[in-house]
Design a protein around this ligand. Sequence first.
Ligand SMILES: NC(=O)c1ccc[n+]([C@@H]2O[C@H](COP(=O)([O-])OP(=O)(O)OC[C@H]3O[C@@H](n4cnc5c(N)ncnc54)[C@H](OP(=O)(O)O)[C@@H]3O)[C@@H](O)[C@H]2O)c1
Length: 291
Amino acid sequence: MSPERSRELTYKTKIIKLRELSDHAKKYTNKMNLNLNDKNALVCGSTQGIGKATAMILAEEGANVTLIARNEDKLKQVLSELPGHGNHNYIVADFSNPDTLKIKVSEHISKHDGFHILVNNTGGPKGGPVFSAEINEFEAAFTQHLKCNHVLAQTVVPFMKNEGYGRIVNVISTSVKQPLDGLGVSNTIRGAVANWSKTLANELGGFGITVNNVLPGATGTERLSEIIKNKSAKTGISVDDASQAMKNAVPAKRFAKPKEIANAIAFLTSEAASYINGINLPVDGGRTKSL
Ligand SMILES: NC(=O)c1ccc[n+]([C@@H]2O[C@H](COP(=O)([O-])OP(=O)(O)OC[C@H]3O[C@@H](n4cnc5c(N)ncnc54)[C@H](OP(=O)(O)O)[C@@H]3O)[C@@H](O)[C@H]2O)c1
């Protein structure tokens, strides 16, 4: 064989090896190996966006996933997409009514089993400046975010205590650390949820239960599209320019994928995160200007 042909073959072999390594890396990064086998997870707001991405990862990691949202058709659709061999399920419930929510989840637990993992997540409050917000907007957001998180925690914690294993993860917002312009009601209520969560973490830490908050930055979901459309309408700039301006404010220069937020949530639900309790974890590409 000529030296040129030999060099060409060595080069081709190296390329093939690099491709294999890259495929391996992709496979490795796609699966976290958190081992959630036999863990039952209740994932709220899971028909789209961050909640759906979380449900998919928890199922992939072996958990039995129960979805919650209002739209039954969408719940059935997501249920059919959940990977893994878990015993997956769904509950139709509206977070504007905590009493009904509590009844529905309690009934589910009595028919099936309790939950080791609770991911508190729902739709974000209506946007707008705080000064012009109506009182009922604060009340609605408080009900949907704080009261519902609270009744869900009260409903699932007895089983977690018995099991000596519990993971509560609340999806909040980076506004807990740095209020966001044009999200007045949200900024206000998120602070209350973060403080509720920290207090609960103090109370439950001794039972093998952790309570943590994930604070997403701008994430490519329907919620973000709405926020960008509102910004564009208010400022008169195009949707594309409004979107680009938001990306420019992130050191990563892009929006998060829902899966990138869900990866952090999934880690916090795992055994591996057993000594992480009572934290706010921003997953925002570095956007928040404080530590
Ligand atoms: N995306 C972002 O850039 C971003 C950034 C920071 C914080 N967050 C926050 O993270 C959370 C999730 O965001 P997302 O972007 O994934 O939201 P999303 O795409 O709007 O999804 C919200 C989910 O919650 C469910 N939901 C909404 N209202 C509900 C209600 N009253 N009762 C029960 N379920 C309800 C929806 O399903 P149904 O309609 O079927 O009920 C859906 O599955 C929100 O609190 C959001 O404000 C998002």
